[in-house]
Ligand binder design. Structure first.
Ligand code: GCW
Length: 715
C-alpha cells in the first residue's frame, strides 16, 4: 500500500546517541571544541551567508561580478541580495555592473529588463517556467564563462537569485548548471493568527511583528526582513491577522496601516491578504445585517473591495473562518457556506482577488463524529462556489494533531479548488519548547495516496492540480514568527517555516533534503555535524508522537494544547474534551470510525477506505484513530495493545533523552549561544516527555487494570 510506505517509522533508535558521540571524535577542519564559532542569536534565519567551508575556493573562480540591469525595486533587491550574499560567502566584495559582462559574471534579469538576457537563446525553456519560475545556466558570453539567472517575471528572477545563493550556501556545485524550476502551486502563503492588540493566538515567539500603533508612519525594518525571508523560499502571500478576525482591520484607519506593510512587501513578491470577519458589515459597516443575500451587504463588500484595491493594487484577497468556534457566518442567516463566500468573491473578482474559505467547521448538528463534519458540509456544495473561491483544508480532519490521516476532502472535492493548510507553529507539537521538525509529517501527508483517480493520486499531486485540474492551487502555513530575536522561539522552529515554504514550492522534495539545506544555511557546514543534526530532525516528530499520542491516539491534551490532560471530560463542546476521542474504558480504547462506528472511513476512496476499515490492514500509526480495541488486542510486534502503548511511551521519552545527549555531543560545533539555548529547551523537553509518559500511562492504567511495563528497556 503506498499509504503505509512512509507511515511506519522504526521506533527504536537505541544506541544512536552513543554512535553520534563517537563520530564526533574525528573532528573535521581542524576544529576543536574550544573553538566554537562566534555567538549568534538566530535573527538571520537561513540567510546568514556564512562561508560554505572548503567549497569557497572553487566558488571564487566562478563568481567574480554581479550584473543586474533592471531599474525596478525588485531589481534593486536582487542586486543588494547578491552583493550581501556573494560577498558574505566569498569573503570579499564582488563588483557590480549594469551592462559590461566580465568573466565570472552572475547575470540576473528578465528579457524585458535585461538586454543580456534578451540576447540569449532561452526561448521556450524560459516561458515554460512562468513568471515565478526561472532558469539558471552556466554558459559563455563572448567566450567568457558566466552564470545566467533568468525568468520572464521579475519575481521569478528574484527567486532564481535566491536559488543560486542557496546552491552556494549549501555547498552545491555551481558550474555546469542547467536548472529549470517553477513552483508547483500558485498560492504559497503564510497565515498569521495575530491580534490587533499585539498578542498572537498560538504564537510562541513573543508579541506580534506588526506594530499597528506605529503604522503607517513608522515602518519597522523588520517588515522588510520578514518579506525577504519569505521571498528567499518562494512564499508569495501572507494574511496578517487572526482568522478569529477583528472586524476593525477593514476600517480606513487600519487599511492605511496594512497598505504601508504591503508597500514594503511588494518588491519581494509577497502579496497582502486579510482575514475578515463575516459580520463586518454590521460590526464596522453600519448595516443591520450581514446576510450574504442582502443587496446592502453585497454593496458593502463591493465598496470595501474597491477601497482596498485603491490602496493595495495587488491585494491577494480574503481569508475567512465562518461559523466555526463562535465566529459569525452565513448560517446565522440560514445561508450556505457557498452563499457566504460568493458575496465576497463577486466583490473581489473584478480586481483579481480571491476568497480563501476555511473548511475548519464542525457543527455538532451535522454529525456526531467531528471528523465527519467538514466533508459532509463541503461535498454538498460542489459546484456552488464562484470561480475565485478556494476552500482551505487542514491536513487532517480534526485539528493539527501530532499524527492524523489525511483529510478526506483531499481527493474528495473535484470542482472546488482545495488548498492545503499546514501548521508550522507547533500548536500541538511541543510549541516552541520541543525540537520537532515537521518536514517529515508534511512529507507523510503529501505522499499519502488518496486513490481519487487510481493509485498514485497523492495529496501532493491532488493539491497541485495534477490529479484533477484545479482552477487555482495553493498551500497555507499557519505560522508563528514574533518579536523574539530568533523569530520563532525555538531555533529549530525556524526549520518548520523553511520546510513549509520549500514543500509548498515543490511537494516532491523530501523532508530530508529540505532539512539538510536548512542546517547548512542556518547552523553549520561541517559535514559530520550536519549528518548528526539531520538525523535528530528526521527522528524528532516520531519521537514526539511516541511520547504524546502514539498508535492513532489524538487530543489527549489540555486547553493550552501543550500538556497532557487525558482526563479532560468537561467542556461546553464534547469535541473539546479528551475523553470524546480516546473513549478509554475497561473494555478498551480508541474511536470506532469504521462501519460499526461513525463510518468516517466511508469518506475515503477505495481501497484507502478498506485499508482503514480493516484492523489488520490499518497502519498501526492510525489504529486508534479508526478502531476501538481491547487492551489485549495483539499488535504486529506480538505485544498486546497495552504493552505496545507502554513500549511507545517509554521509547519516546527515552529517545527524547537521546536527542538531548546527541545535541550535547555537538558542543563547540555550533556557536555557544545557540547551542546552549537549544540545550536548555531539550532539557525541558526531556522532563516533559517523561511527564507525558507517566500521566498518560497512569491514566489509562485505571481502565486497562494492567501493570505499566517497559518492554523496550533492554532493546
Ligand atoms: O487549532 C485550533 C486552535 C484555535 C484556532 C483554530 C482555527 C484560530 O486551537 O486557536 O483559532 O484551530 O484553526 O481556527
Amino acid at each position: 500500500m503506498p499509504m503505509t510506505r512512509r507511515t511506519f517509522v522504526a521506533t527504536s533508535v537505541a544506541g544512536l546517541a552513543g554512535a553520534s558521540a563517537a563520530n564526533m571524535a574525528g573532528l573535521a577542519w581542524g576544529q576543536t571544541a574550544a573553538q566554537a564559532p562566534p555567538d549568534e542569536d538566530g535573527s538571520r534565519l537561513w540567510l546568514r551567508y556564512a562561508p560554505p567551508g572548503p567549497a569557497v575556493e572553487g566558488y571564487r573562480g566562478v563568481v567574480r561580478q554581479i550584473v543586474v540591469q533592471g531599474g525596478s525595486d525588485t531589481a534593486g533587491v536582487i542586486r543588494e541580495e547578491l552583493v550581501d550574499g556573494l560577498g558574505g560567502m566569498l569573503g570579499r566584495e564582488v563588483p557590480v555592473s549594469d551592462g559590461d559582462v566580465a568573466e565570472g559574471a552572475v547575470i540576473v534579469g528578465t528579457p524585458e529588463n535585461s538586454s543580456i538576457v534578451a540576447g540569449l537563446d532561452l526561448g521556450l525553456e524560459l516561458s515554460g517556467q512562468g513568471t515565478e519560475g526561472f532558469v539558471i545556466r552556466s554558459t559563455r558570453i563572448d567566450g567568457r564563462p558566466v552564470t545566467v539567472v533568468a525568468s520572464v517575471g521579475e519575481i521569478g528572477a528574484l527567486y532564481g537569485a535566491y536559488h543560486f545563493l542557496r546552491l552556494m550556501a549549501t555547498a552545491r556545485p555551481i558550474t555546469g548548471l542547467a536548472v529549470a524550476e517553477r513552483p508547483l502551486v500558485e498560492i504559497r502563503m503564510l497565515n498569521h493568527w495575530d491580534n490587533l492588540d499585539g498578542s498572537i493566538e498560538r504564537g510562541y515567539a513573543g508579541r506580534s511583528l506588526w506594530q499597528w500603533e506605529e503604522l503607517p508612519d513608522v515602518v519597522s525594518p523588520r517588515y522588510r526582513e520578514y518579506a525577504r525571508a519569505n521571498a528567499s523560499v518562494g512564499i508569495n502571500g501572507a494574511s496578517v491577522n487572526n482568522v478569529n478576525a477583528d472586524a476593525r482591520i477593514l476600517t480606513p484607519e487600519y487599511l492605511r496601516k496594512v497598505a504601508a506593510l504591503a508597500d514594503v512587501w511588494r518588491p519581494y513578491g509577497v502579496r497582502m491578504y486579510l482575514s475578515v470577519n463575516f459580520a463586518a458589515p454590521v460590526a464596522v459597516g453600519g448595516l443591520e445585517t450581514a446576510d450574504p443575500l442582502d443587496d446592502g451587504v453585497a454593496g458593502y463588500w463591493t465598496d470595501k473591495a474597491a477601497e482596498i484595491y485603491s490602496l493595495i493594487p495587488d491585494f491577494g484577497g480574503f481569508l475567512v473562518k465562518a461559523n466555526s468556534e463562535g465566529q459569525p457566518g452565513p448560517k446565522d442567516y440560514g445561508r450556505t457556506h457557498a452563499e457566504g463566500a460568493n458575496v465576497m468573491a463577486r466583490a473581489l473578482a473584478p480586481h483579481g482577488g480571491r476568497v480563501i474559505w476555511r473548511a475548519f467547521i464542525y457543527d455538532p448538528e451535522v454529525d456526531p463524529d467531528r471528523a465527519n463534519r467538514p466533508y459532509i458540509e463541503f461535498m454538498r456544495l460542489e459546484g456552488d462556489f464562484e470561480p475565485n473561491v478556494l476552500v482551505q483544508i487542514k491536513n487532517g480532519a480534526i485539528d493539527f494533531q501530532p499524527r492524523e490521516p489525511f483529510h478526506p476532502l483531499f481527493g474528495g472535492l473535484r470542482e472546488t479548488p482545495a488548498m492545503a493548510e499546514l501548521q508550522p507553529t507547533q500548536e500541538y507539537l511541543g510549541q516552541a519548547r520541543h525540537l520537532v521538525y515537521l518536514g517529515t509529517m508534511w512529507e507523510e501527508f503529501l505522499t499519502s495516496d488518496t486513490h481519487a483517480e487510481g493509485p498514485g493520486s497523492t495529496v501532493g499531486r491532488y493539491v497541485a492540480g495534477d490529479v484533477w485540474p484545479m482552477r487555482v492551487t495553493g498551500m497555507a502555513g499557519v505560522t508563528n514568527p514574533g518579536l523574539d530575536a530568533n523569530w520563532c522561539g525555538h531555533h529549530f522552529s525556524q526549520s518548520n517555516w523553511y520546510a513549509f515554504a520549500r514543500l509548498a514550492w515543490n511537494h516532491e522534495q523530501t523532508a530530508e533534503a529540505v532539512a539538510d539545506e536548512w542546517i547548512r544555511q542556518t547552523l553549520t557546514h561541517e559535514p559530520e555535524t550536519v549528518d548528526v543534526i539531520r538525523g535528530m530532525m528526521m527522528r524528532s516528530r516520531e519521537i514526539f508522537v511516541n511520547y504524546t499520542m502514539p498508535c492513532g491516539l489524538h487530543h489527549l491534551i489540555g486547553g493550552d494544547h501543550y500538556a497532557p490532560m487525558p482526563q479532560n471530560a468537561r467542556s461546553s463542546r464534547p469535541s473539546w474534551t479528551a475523553t470524546y476521542y480516546h473513549q478509554a474504558a475497561a473494555d478498551g480504547v480508541g474511536f470506532d470510525r469504521t462501519g460499526t462506528g461513525s463510518n468516517h472511513v466511508a469518506q475515503y476512496h477505495a481501497p484507502v477506505r478498506d485499508m482503514f476499515s480493516s484492523v489488520e490492514a490499518c497502519p498501526e500509526t492510525y489504529l486508534l484513530w479508526f478502531h476501538r480495541l481491547g487492551w489485549d488486542h495483539e499488535m504486529e510486534s506480538g505485544r498486546t495493545l497495552w504493552e505496545e502503548l507502554c513500549a511507545r511511551y517509554h521509547q519516546g521519552a527515552r529517545d527524547a533523552a537521546g536527542l538531548e545527549e546527541t545535541w550535547a555531543s555537538l558542543e563547540g560545533r555550533i556557536d555557544a549561544r545557540r547551542h546552549r539555548e537549544v540545550a536548555e529547551r531539550l532539557d525541558e523537553q526531556v522532563r516533559h516527555a517523561g511527564e507525558w509518559r507517566d500521566q498518560i500511562l497512569g491514566y489509562f492504567q485505571q481502565f486497562s487494570g494492567m501493570d505499566i511495563v517497559d518492554p523496550t528497556r533492554d532493546a
